[in-house]
Each structure stands twice: as structure tokens, then as C-alpha cells.
Design a protein around this ligand. Structure first.
Ligand SMILES: Nc1ncnc2c1ncn2[C@@H]1O[C@H](COP(=O)(O)OP(=O)(O)OP(=O)(O)O)[C@@H](O)[C@H]1O
Length: 234
């Protein structure tokens, strides 16, 4: 059975500060993916890729349609209609979201930021920090930066810390909004290597990439937001 099934998803934004002006977000979106699959949302700017991802995390509501999330126990949740407490539970236990930018409190070191999701999962502080260092090292963060706050890091370094934090203790579903946007080729490939590893572990992922090669390397399915169908990968 598919892990996530999106049916006839439609969004119209209403801008209340402009007298209820209606803006087309996206419409007629239909896709599904199984456990351990990677689906990319693809298409021209403004067609609603980020908004669909936010609908899956329920940062945004939807105007109509269904987002069926099948749980391991045979039950399912329609993310489009679930209440707030169901959504909080879903985020805590099942769905992670990696945004494009790192948002952290000041004065917390890069290692501590990346170790936290493991600590939250119950791993010891020592092990968590060890794994965080390995992850940062893999993603080419210089060791001299480990113990300082990432707020002064370069854009690419911040993005790598953000990814490290987002993927170190993945839940069953991971949503990725342009995780490699400001990375060079080498670091982009490193991130994709890690995502491929996570995929092997059975994590289901939906992502947005601007880099076509990188999208093809990781994706099992590419959903074309313009044509409203799966694109041929090749
Ligand atoms: N909070 C919002 N309020 C009003 N309109 C919004 C809001 N968020 C997005 N939109 C509009 O919805 C449309 C889709 O935006 P979205 O960011 O999802 O597109 P995208 O495909 O991810 O674009 P890009 O590739 O440029 O990042 C755009 O026209 C945008 O202006």
C-alpha cells in the first residue's frame, strides 16, 4: 500500500489585506508514493511546488482535496482535514521537514544543533555528539567550526548544518524544500549520497531540486506540476 496518496489537491490563497484577493496556488495535483520511494516535485517557478510541500506538512491548509497518510497500524490520516492535535502528533512521530534556511537560536554550537534530534530520540548525549561530528565532517564542515554557532557561517555551510540536523534522525517521511540550493557540485553530491542512504533505510521522501542531474539521481518518480503527470526520468 502507498505511504502517501495525494488526490485532487487544490489551493487558492486569499489575501485578506487586499480585500480577499484570490491567488492561484496549485490545482489538480495527484500523486502517490510507496515506503522508501523518493518523489520530486518539478516545474516552472510559481506553480506551487513549495506550497504543496507545505500542505503536506500542514504549514499551509488546502482549499480542497485529500492527502492520505497511511500509518503502519493500518489506519490513515487525511492531512488536509486532520485537526491540530493530530497534526502535531504526525510531525512529532512521522514527518520531518527540511526548509531551505537554517533557523536556530543564538549561541548554540553546530554540533549541539545537529545532535539534538538524536538526543530527542533517546540517544545518549555522548553518542549523539559523536554522530553529529561524523555527519558534519561528511558534509565538509571544517572542524574548527564545530563548536561555534552557525549564525556566522557562510550560506552553504548553514545549509549543510540545516540538512545535517534534518536528516540525522529521520522519521518515516522527510520533506525537502531545495536542500541543495546554495551548494556547490561536490557538496550537492555529498548530500545526495546521504539521502540515497536514508532511502535505503526505508525513509519516504518528497523533495524539490533546481539541479536536474541531482533530481534524477535521487528520484524514483518526478511529478510534473505543469503537465500534472509523472515525467519520464532519463
Ligand atoms: N502565503 C501565501 N499567500 C499568498 N500567495 C502565496 C503564498 N504562498 C505562495 N503563494 C503564491 O502561490 C503560488 C505558488 O508559490 P510556490 O512558492 O508554491 O511556487 P514554487 O513552484 O515553489 O515556486 P519557486 O520555484 O519559484 O520556488 C505563487 O504564485 C505564490 O505567489
Amino acid at each position: 500500500m502507498e505511504k502517501i496518496k495525494v488526490r485532487n489537491l487544490h489551493k487558492e490563497f486569499i489575501v485578506h489585506t487586499r480585500g480577499g484577493l484570490k491567488i492561484n496556488g496549485y490545482h489538480d495535483i495527484n500523486f502517490e508514493l510507496n515506503k522508501g520511494e523518493f518523489l520530486s516535485l518539478h516545474g516552472p517557478s510559481g506553480l506551487g511546488k513549495s506550497s504543496v510541500l507545505k500542505a503536506l506538512y500542514r504549514t499551509y491548509t488546502t482549499t480542497s482535496g485529500e492527502i492520505i497518510f497511511n500509518l503502519e497500524d493500518g489506519n490513515y490520516i487525511d492531512i488536509a482535514k486532520a485537526n491540530e492535535s493530530e497534526i502535531l502528533k504526525l510531525r512529532k512521530e512521522h514527518i520531518g521537514y527540511v526548509s531551505q534556511f537554517l533557523q536556530v537560536l543564538p549561541r548554540i554550537s553546530a554540533v549541539d544543533i545537529v545532535a539534538q534530534p538524536l538526543i530527542d530520540k533517546g540517544e545518549s548525549e555522548k553518542n549523539s555528539k559523536e554522530k553529529a561530528k561524523e555527519m558534519l565532517n561528511f558534509l565538509n564542515i571544517k572542524e574548527e567550526l564545530f563548536d561555534i554557532s552557525p549564525l556566522t557561517f557562510s550560506g552553504g555551510e548553514q545549509q549543510r548544518v540545516n540538512i545535517a540536523k534534518g536528516i540525522i534522525a529521520p522519521k518515516s517521511v522527510l520533506l525537502l524544500d531545495e536542500p541543495t540550493a546554495s551548494l556547490d557540485k561536490n557538496n550537492t553530491n555529498k548530500v545526495i549520497d546521504k539521502l540515497l542512504q536514508i532511502k535505503k533505510d526505508g525513509v519516504t521522501m518528497i523533495g524539490i531540486f533546481h539541479d536536474i542531474d541531482c533530481m534524477k539521481r535521487i528520484s524514483d518518480k518526478i511529478y510534473d506540476m505543469k503537465e500534472k503527470k509523472y515525467a519520464n526520468i532519463n
